[in-house]
Design a protein around this ligand. Sequence first.
Ligand code: NAD
Length: 480
Amino acid sequence: MEKILNYINGVLTEPFSGAYLENVNPAEGRVYSLIPDSGNKDVNHAVEAARRAFTKWSATPAEQRSAIMIRIADLIERDLDKLALAESIDQGKPLKLAKTVDIPRASANFRFYATAILHTASDAHFTDQQAINYTQYQPIGVAGCISPWNLPLYLFTWKIAPALAAGCTVVAKPSEVTPMTAYLLSQLCIEAGLPEGVLNIVHGLGAKAGQAIIEHPEVAAISFTGGTATGKKIAATAAPMFKKLSLELGGKNPNIIFADCDFENAVSTSIHSSFSNQGEICLCGSRIFVERPLYERFLTEFTARTRALVVGDPLDEKTKVGAIVSEAHMNKILSYIELAKKEGGTIVLGGKQITGTGRCANGYFVEPTIITGLEHLCRTNQEEIFGPVVTIMPFDTEEEVLEYANSTTYGLAATIWTENLKRAHRVAAQVKSGIIWVNCWLFRDLRTPFGGMKQSGVGREGGFEALKFFTEEKNVCIKL
Ligand code: NAD
């Protein structure tokens, strides 16, 4: 069985303990590879390698850092098919989605920051002809980057690329649930000639390897994406050590549909925003609010199109909804469907586990599920389910839907559907979310800031902001 290895100091290496964890292919419900069960010793080794590499990497001209990162981007593109297949097997997402979204975006992340670093600027202020002030941004040191399982290589590289571009060295940990593409990335970094110690990838459990990265005194900045409960733990550990912290956390995103919307666009995009990647995208709209005059028509059409979604083997071209990432996560989703029933919800469609066929007979599949008849404050409508489950509710006024939309502790993303421009701006200004899409979903310009409000996180990824995150800011004042 294939053994994944850590990537420390430029070398693929076994964990000190010699212990491995099982990596499951969720479409088959079968262990297919082993991943290092790393601990303190591995993390210490990785941080030490990163610390040693920092002096040289941070002083490497931006043009050279950029050239190596572009080589990595090119290699990701070259291996698109192999990486997409690995990601599909690891996570259960349809192969087509991995090929068209995840892996191209991983390459784009490297390319974006490799070129961004060539165009940075800092501020200077001439103070009343008495002094010149200018701001320096210096790489902060060793950065810790920890990512979740839902968009494995996409989110892993979204953190690593700006850190490396800014001149930091990195100790990174992918999710133990989906480690394969990070392992393949480490092989590509070796091929690209990334100097030893600049990027170190330690595999293993969050509470063990992840926690060791957060606690390490030499890790100066932490960029974390994952669940809100984990984010709280990380913040509690990192805050007394005064580490720089960026937290991208959970969501319970509203999808607000006004009666004057472009109906076809709203329905077809809502199918994507509800069920893409089995609903396991932090930006999926899991609460759909429809203005009452359109409610019945929307529900009928949305239900019909959801029924037509092909659920099953992620490697099959026709599949639109693949496997849930793990058995534990599938059970969590199913338990929320049971909760919705107890809370008085009506299961309009789906609601059950599906048994796959052929090689997928033991896989983890859940029917795309539509629930109506729930109050906006019930647990089903307040807690993140992170699966192919949406609730749909009617509303009568803007005030009412804003109250619904803003009623959760989260504030990650929102979608608004209306052809009324004034209303679009008015509602967008009042929805408490870090990102709001009007008449579209998941459209991203990498230059724009990304991140959540409330318990969806603190800090922003994306654009030059992410480069700045991995630096220390200093003002130099010269008296004339
Ligand atoms: P998770 O919080 O369980 O794990 C995320 C990562 O943190 C994993 O690598 C895990 O090993 C590690 N980890 C766990 N405990 C840790 C600890 N004590 N110290 C350090 N690291 C630790 O999240 P998940 O289940 O992998 O991912 C799903 C969650 O991620 C959802 O809540 C989803 O909304 C969220 N998410 C948010 C965004 C965003 O941009 N806001 C993007 C994707 C996913």
